[in-house]
Structure formats: C-alpha cells, structure tokens
Design a protein around this ligand. Structure first.
Ligand code: IDP
Ligand code: MG
Length: 134
C-alpha cells in the first residue's frame, strides 16, 4: 500500500482545524498510520524545502513554519500521494478549488495549512526525515 507524508502546518494547528482536516482524510478512506506533534527548526526546513531555499520568500516560510507546532502524519492508501494532493488543492490559494482543504480554508499562499509529498519517491524520503526508518 502506498504511503505519503502529510503535515498540518502551524496555521492549521492555531486555527483549530486539525480535526476538520483529519476528518477529510478519514472520510476519503485513507488510513493515518502514525502521527505526532513536533516543532520544526530552520535546519530541517532547509532540507525539507531545499527547492525553495534560494527564493526571496524563503525566510517568510521559515518564520511561519517554526511559529508553532505541526502535526506530522504518515497516511496510507490507494494512490495516496496523488489522492492527498487532490484533497489539498493547489499551492496558490487563489487557484485552490472550493471543496479542497486549501480552497476552503487558506487565504494566503504561504499559510496554506497542509503539506503533502509530491511523489512516491519524495514521500519515502520525507517519512524517513520526520519519522526515521519505520
Ligand atoms: P506545495 O506545498 O503545494 O508542495 P511547494 O512549491 O513545494 O508547494 O512550496 C512549499 C510551500 O512553500 C508552500 O506550501 C507554501 O507554504 C510556500 N510557498 C510556495 N510558493 C510560495 C510563494 O510563491 N509565495 C509564498 N510562499 C510560497
Ligand atoms: Mg511541495
């Protein structure tokens, strides 16, 4: 069964939307097989967002992502990597369709509630990064 790395970002936690997002994942029929609250630091964000380190908005991402705890999860299911990206909606909140998590709750492209791995290969790397070899 395919696995993906999902992370509810600090805005989702602060806005008390964890339950709402977890419900959507469960109602879709995906299985949450591990979860924990953690607080990130700049070093792990430079790894996790290596593709964005050179962007002018990277400091803003770091400030946001270390501003409070996140909920890290391993989610399992049929085609779950693409399936979760579909439930999440587009990165740019103005392009995220209503009915998606970002489309329904985000009003910023930085503070967009949720991370989901973008490929099966990256999912395994990210699960190792945040959960170790399990
Ligand atoms: P993704 O989260 O949909 O996979 P990525 O391009 O991997 O999107 O970007 C990672 C995160 O960095 C986004 O979820 C968002 O929080 C932030 N981000 C991406 N692009 C922008 C931007 O153009 N402006 C501000 N923040 C951005
Ligand atoms: Mg990404």
């Amino acid at each position: 069964m395919e696995r993906t790395y999902i992370m509810l970002k600090p805005d989702a936690v602060k806005r008390h939307l964890m339950g709402e997002v977890i419900s959507r994942i469960e109602r879709k029929g995906f299985n949450i097989i591990n979860m924990k609250m953690i607080t990130l630091n700049e070093a792990v964000l430079k790894e996790h967002y290596a593709h964005l380190v050179e962007k002018p908005f990277f400091p803003e991402i770091v400030e946001y992502m270390v501003s409070g705890p996140v909920l890290a999860m391993i989610v399992e299911g049929n085609d779950v990597v693409k399936g979760m990206r579909f439930l999440m909606g587009a990165t740019n909140w103005l392009e995220a369709n209503p009915g998606t998590i970002r489309g329904d709750y985000a009003n910023s492209t930085t503070e967009n509630l949720i991370h989901g791995s973008d490929s099966v290969e990256n999912a395994e790397i990210e699960i190792k990064r945040f959960f170790g070899n399990i």
